[in-house]
Write a protein that binds this ligand. Structure first.
Ligand SMILES: [Zn+2]
Ligand SMILES: [Zn+2]
Length: 298
């Protein structure tokens, strides 16, 4: 299984257009020896022919262009066999509207996420210009689906609906992780880019996986509050922080997956600062920090 990280940042990217936090400021000025990050999107393939995209970020056009494996191999062609959505947040699905150039799309999502994106959304009509432009495939938690040569199963992860749908209440289908199994090689990927907590089922999946991607949005619970950038704690935004006594570094200590990678990293996170104590702590615990262009071969 080949995994290509097209975008490693949380919503807003790095730097974020309206953000003057120390990380964004120092990246712009050159004081930070780091590279910009686009918003989270990952491509996975079992055969290098067909690729599935995990989430569709607002930067999907440039992300596809930056990844030759995803380029057309004919006058009208795309090796993208399907797009799998893990939740309905705009940084995860807005890119679908950028794929409107009359190309048949297969989109896999929970029923809840499909409805959240399609119902009452007049812009969705751009993906309904001809019959069969979009084929929705429902991800039913606990059931494996064959997608682009890979077996894909959704596992509910503690989360929340997207901000623009919060008044409709919460549902287990709002947010899922993905268990992706390459039956030929036997390799397993567990992909959880947003999770407010680790359930026993998630933990069991991580121990079976060869590679785990996990929510690296915030280092601390009060990261945005402390920087004067917002009034919500990480948990209120459905992200388990990485650091601290209840953070994912400690919660996931001992996970047996050979490769463990933090993704969906917010621009405020000290993990993005080379040499920071927080980054060193994560690396020392055996975690890697995703970046645009990162490749993993299982
Ligand atoms: Zn997000
Ligand atoms: Zn920032």
């Amino acid at each position: 299984m080949r995994i290509k990280v097209l975008g490693a940042a949380a919503g807003g990217g790095f730097p974020q257009w309206n953000c003057g936090c120390p990380n964004c400021r120092d990246l712009r000025s050159g004081a930070l020896a780091a590279k910009p990050l686009t918003q989270e999107c990952v491509a996975v393939s079992a055969d290098d022919e067909r690729w599935i995209l995990l989430n569709a970020s607002p930067e999907i056009r440039s992300q596809i262009e930056d990844c030759p494996a995803l380029h057309p191999r004919g006058p009208r062609h795309s090796p993208i066999a399907a797009i799998v959505l893990t939740n309905g947040d705009l940084d995860h699905c807005l890119g679908l509207l950028s794929l409107r150039e009359s190309h048949p799309l297969v989109i896999c999502a929970t029923e809840r996420v499909r409805r959240g994106f399609t119902e009452g959304n007049v812009l969705y009509r751009t993906l309904q210009r001809f019959p069969g432009q979009v084929t929705w495939r429902t991800l039913e938690p606990g059931k494996e689906a064959e997608v682009g040569g890979l077996a894909v199963e959704a596992l509910p992860a503690p989360g929340k609906p997207p901000i623009h749908l919060e008044d409709g209440g919460a549902d287990p289908g709002d947010n899922v992780g993905l268990l992706i199994h390459d039956r030929r090689s036997g390799k397993r990927l567990a992909y959880f880019s947003a999770a407010a907590a680790v359930t026993p089922a998630m933990r069991a999946a991580f121990d079976r996986a060869d590679c785990v991607f996990f929510d690296g949005t915030f280092w601390t619970s009060d990261e945005l509050i402390a920087l004067g950038l917002g009034d919500k704690r990480a948990e209120q935004m459905a992200h388990l922080p990485v650091g601290g006594k209840d953070g994912s570094l400690r919660t996931l200590a001992g996970v047996r997956a050979a490769k463990r990678i933090y993704i969906h990293i917010n621009n405020t996170n000290p993990l993005l600062r080379p040499g920071s104590p927080e980054r060193e702590q994560a690396l020392a615990a055996g975690w890697e920090i995703a970046y645009d262009g990162m490749e993993v071969n299982l």
